[in-house]
Design a protein around this ligand. Structure first.
Ligand code: ISE
Length: 334
């Protein structure tokens, strides 16, 4: 029997998830869509053969909805995640769980009180074949003990409403998660350095930023985060180990030599670069719903990522290194 999914949010990522569920994920269908923009919801619902519903509450209460995908604006994630927990509906929640660590903690504590996992976090990079290969390479031991990580995360452009804080909570949050996943080690401190800014960044928006993350195992990760690269979407990660270097270069599918130039194509947006990962994370979620065993990133991962981005925002504001402080890990996530 197929898992009937209600998608909350019909923007870029909600649309990508809904289309993936309808066309590429097996064992699931989109039955309901809600977006505050009714026309947008109706359009997406029609594409998926689903019903557009008038409110989030209607979607959650609908007998047509077994499970929920939260792909709404970031600030709505914590209250919607809490409502999904209260309704007992398995949920795939887009990152970030919350911009404020206190809100992320409240959601995690609500799941702990229920006593079993209901929410999988949308850290899709953990399902990307490139990152999986990088993790397998590190686990093989061929490059030795990881000592330092060098990352870049570049978007072609962002909306005029984008802020430095959003670069941290909405975007660099991916590196906070993937670094701890690659290293099997928590982050202990973050320093954000803002220098010269792109002429394409709006006033007051520090872009690019250099983000230094220290792990409890002593590994330092440096991340160039840039929201106005202009040339395209570019994500790289290179791990320097005691015996060698393992690098995940920019994904590229075609290499062309023509007109005196040689090069590869660059994706324009994350849904192009990571669609395989988005499909795989959704398939894992759907497969986990019937048994209640969700294999993907947990609310502990969502909470820790929010603790890291909160430290990053604190460092951006103060100009100083900020420590990441975490509550003890609940047994539910052991
Ligand atoms: C977006 O929400 C994502 O999740 C992308 O992976 C990230 O690169 C982008 O900066 C975010 O805005």
């Amino acid at each position: 029997m197929s898992v009937r999914i209600g998608v909350v949010g019909a923007g870029n990522i909600g649309t990508a998830h809904a289309c993936n569920i309808s066309q590429l994920v097996s064992g699931a269908e989109v039955t309901a869509v809600y977006d505050f923009d009714r026309a947008r919801a109706a359009d997406l619902a029609m594409r998926c053969g689903a019903a557009p519903l008038a409110s989030f509450e209607d979607l959650l209460a609908s007998s047509m909805v077994d499970a929920v995908v939260i792909a709404s604006p970031d600030d709505l994630h914590p209250e919607q995640a809490l409502a999904c927990l209260a309704a007992g509906k398995p949920t795939m929640c887009e990152k970030p769980l919350a911009s404020a660590v206190s809100e992320a903690l409240a959601v995690m504590e609500a799941e702990v009180a229920i006593g079993h996992r209901l929410i999988q976090m949308g850290f899709m990079r953990r399902f990307d074949p490139g990152y999986l290969a990088l993790k397998a390479e590190l686990s093989s031991g061929a490059t030795g003990t990881p000592l330092m990580i060098s990352c870049a995360h570049r978007n072609a452009s962002v909306d005029v409403s984008h802020t430095s804080e959003m670069s941290l909570t909405n975007s660099a949050v991916h590196e906070m998660d993937i670094t701890r996943w690659l290293l099997d080690s928590e982050l202990s401190a973050i320093t954000v350095l803002a220098g010269a800014s792109s002429p394409h960044a709006t006033a007051g928006f520090s872009d690019p930023m250099l983000i230094l993350m220290e792990s409890t195992s002593g590994v330092i990760t440096h991340l160039e985060h840039f929201s106005n690269s202009r040339f395209g979407y570019d994500v790289t990660c290179s791990v320097t180990g005691s015996e060698g270097i393992a690098s995940l270069e920019s994904a590229s599918w075609v290499s062309v030599k023509s007109a005196g130039r040689s090069g590869t194509s660059v994706p324009s947006i994350w849904t192009d670069r990571f669609n395989e990962a988005y499909v795989a994370e959704m398939q894992a979620f759907v497969d986990g719903v019937p048994s209640g065993e969700l294999p993907g990133p947990s609310l502990w991962d969502g909470y820790v990522a929010s603790a890291c981005t909160s430290a990053a925002v604190e460092s951006l504001r103060s100009g100083a290194r900020a420590e990441v402080s975490l509550v003890p890990k609940p047994a539910l996530y052991a």
